[in-house]
Design a protein around this ligand. Structure first.
Ligand code: F0G
Length: 467
């Protein structure tokens, strides 16, 4: 695949090399390089990437929009990626040869007609990041961070994960000729995600701890061994994940929605979306900011409590427990970045119950789209924000669906079999979910048995056929 590009689409890596640097989000110190732990050497806070070429004085918005649009008809590797297509707003590697791409991004923006009817929000969309190559939003960040790992000459890359990061990292490492080390909490991630890491050849360690314990250990490991960490502490991940928001705005013809609602775990994704929104405003790509809201489950609500109990000034840790294993995190690394973007955009932070999440997941499934449990907190959260009057039915709302339905088949099967909340405090509420359940039916292999079952189903819910 050729990597050169014609002039109307800009050069493959059209910026001057080395224009980006690192800024500490705490003390504001600037540095051309980052240490292994991606923390400020002075105050130990997280770093973010800045680039002087991203200022509006350098890049006219109309030019950028037309370059990005033109690239959609190109067959060149960088243009086929829904991340690198927006490379003017990304840190540039030294050469396009370092880029590891699986054609990530390019994810659909769906309307949600049934959920619109349920909620009364007529302009309700889902930006489905589960349609990425490894089935989650992580790929958008991984293509950038893995590229820089390769450029830096690393043999090993590593991450702590609740499953999706590890699947994504393992895939990009494999494509880029690097080895990958995965640290996951034993028994607390979906087999589907774990199996991806195995197939992509990762050295996979199931540690007897939770995600936060895995991440702590990784921080120590990177100080001792020459491994490159690919968690979202790595600011290159954040840069790639910005493109979710850029692509979304392009899909909305650059008319900002009123609200973007995203699940919150380790809080890298919300930080990335917020950073992109602020940069797009600065570049005049958009006239005003959407409100960015973050939703967690009641059992893993560190950010909710940080904002409510500490006014966003310090982190309130929790002991996380939720069936949405992707966001079973009690000590989110990027909490401070997310607090800032929620405040800058005027967004909200809410929590939803396990039952509300399960219901919303089934409703998104009934749209013919589906998502994994963590993603469904967005629809459940929207309902809550509507009840509070924070979101109004006449506003435009985008839910970010972060992972594919196939990521957690156990949850889906248990839901439809009515087993999800068995022997838990939620057992009583479970009855309310019955109309959404479609358990498989075991029958004798006769035509009569199938026809009877069909007729019974048609009588039980005659409206379903025309939905
Ligand atoms: N949704 C899904 C499906 C996820 O996998 C994650 C995080 C989130 C939401 C939360 O995003 O951490 O940026 O706030 N998964 C990480 C992992 C932690 O290891 O796969 P976040």
């Amino acid at each position: 695949m050729p990597l050169s590009a014609t002039s109307d689409r800009g050069s493959p890596l059209s910026k001057a090399k080395g224009t980006f640097g690192f800024r500490c989000i705490g003390c504001g110190a600037l540095a051309p390089d980052a240490a292994q732990d991606f923390r400020c050497p002075q105050c130990k806070n997280l770093l973010e990437i800045t680039d002087s070429s991203w200022k509006s004085s350098n890049l006219p918005a109309a030019t950028l929009k037309s370059i990005w649009h033109a690239r959609r008809s190109s067959n060149e590797l960088l243009d086929l990626s829904g991340v690198w297509r927006f490379r003017e707003l990304l840190p540039a590697p030294e050469s396009a040869d370092f880029v590891i791409s699986l054609r990530e991004g390019n994810t659909p923006l769906y309307q949600l007609p049934q959920s619109s009817r349920l909620t009364g929000v007529s302009r309700l969309y889902a930006k489905h990041q589960g349609m990425n190559p490894t089935g989650s939003f992580k790929d958008a960040g991984m293509t950038v961070a893995a590229t820089f790992a390769r450029q830096a000459g690393y043999h090993w890359v590593a991450c702590a994960s609740t499953g999706n990061t590890s699947a994504s990292m393992a895939a990009y490492a494999a494509r880029g000729g690097m080895r990958s080390l995965v640290l996951v909490p034993e028994g607390k991630i979906s087999w589907s995600k774990l199996s991806q890491a195995l197939d992509y050849g990762a050295l996979t360690c199931q540690l007897r701890t939770d995600f936060d314990g895995c991440l702590r250990l990784l921080q120590e490991l990177v100080q001792r061994a020459p491994v490159y960490q690919l968690n979202s502490i790595n600011p290159f991940r954040i840069e790639g994940q910005k493109t979710l928001a850029i692509e979304l705005l392009e899909q909305l013809d650059w008319h900002p929605p009123d609200h973007i609602i995203v699940p919150g775990g380790n809080l890298g994704n919300s930080s990335a979306i917020g950073k992109a929104l602020l940069e797009m405003l600065d570049l005049r790509l958009i006239p005003h900011l959407p409100k960015l809201s973050v939703i967690q489950t009641e059992g893993a609500n560190a950010l909710v409590r940080t904002l409510r109990e500490a006014g966003g000034k310090h982190l309130v840790n929790v002991q996380p427990e939720t069936r949405a294993t992707a966001i079973r995190i009690g000590n989110p690394a990027s909490w401070e970045k997310t607090v800032r973007v929620i405040q800058a955009t005027g967004g909200a932070c809410e929590e939803v119950s396990e039952v509300e999440m399960a219901q919303a997941k089934a409703e998104i499934g009934a749209e013919g789209i589906g998502c994994e449990p963590a993603s469904a907190v967005t629809l459940a959260g929207l309902k809550k924000l509507l009840r509070q009057g924070f979101v109004k039915p006449e506003e435009t709302v985008v839910l970010v669906l972060t992972g594919n339905l196939l990521k957690d088949p156990d949850f889906t099967m248990e839901f439809h079999r009515g087993e999800l909340f068995r022997d838990t405090v939620n057992e009583r509420d479970n009855a309310a979910l019955k109309p959404l359940r479609h358990p498989p039916v075991v029958l004798d292999a006769t035509l009569e048995a199938v026809i009877q079952t069909l007729e019974r189903a048609d009588k039980a819910d005659p409206t379903q056929a025309n939905v």
